[in-house]
Design a binder for this molecule. Sequence first.
Ligand SMILES: [Zn+2]
Length: 206
Amino acid sequence: MNYEKYYSPLRAVHSADFHRCVYCGCESALNDFIPPVKFIHEWREVSKEADFISVPTCIECHDLLKNQNNGTLEHRVSVVKKLLSEKYAKAIRVFNHWSMEEIEEMDAAFQISLKGGIRLGKEAFSRIRFAGFDYEVNGSFTCVAAPQHQVFTVYEQAFESFREALAFASNAYQIKKSRLSKLYFEHGESFEKAIEVFHKLVDHPR
Ligand SMILES: [Zn+2]
C-alpha cells in the first residue's frame, strides 16, 4: 500500500536551504518520513501526536534514524542530534582539546590522525548545532529561530565556544585541558568551580 500519500512534504522557504538536510544542514539526498512508514500502524490512533510530514535528509541522518520511531519533527531532531553526538564524541573531544600549534609539535603520523580528528570533530560539532531552516508545510510557514548564542565564561572573560574557553583557562590557570574539562563537567559546567576545585585539590592533596 502506498502510505506516502498520507505525508505532506516539508519544504525550505529560502533558496539557500533547498537541498539541505533539515537535521544537520548537509546536502540532502533522501526523504525521511515522520512518523516512519514502517511504524505507521502504531501512529493511527488520533490520541497520539504525529506530524505526518516528509522532510529532506542526508544519507547519514537517514541511516541513523532508520530504527527510531518518533511522531514529530521536534522529537526526531533531538534523537538525531543525540545519535550524532554519540557517533562523533571522540572527534569532538579531539576538536575541543587540541590546538593546531600543539599538534605541530607531535610526530608526523600522530599529526595526521589528530588533524583528521579535528576536522571531523569541527564538522560534527556544526552539524549538531545546526538549528534547521524556515520551512513551509501545506502552505503554513514556520520560522526557525537562529541558534541560541551560547557564551562560555571564565571569570570576566567571555568566549564563543567551549573550545576557546577551555584553551584560555587551561593556559591561564596552568591546568591540563583533559583535567579541566573533566572538572568542568563534574561541577555544573562551570569553569570557575572547576578551577577552584583544582586549586583546593592541589593545595590540600588528599
Ligand atoms: Zn543530516
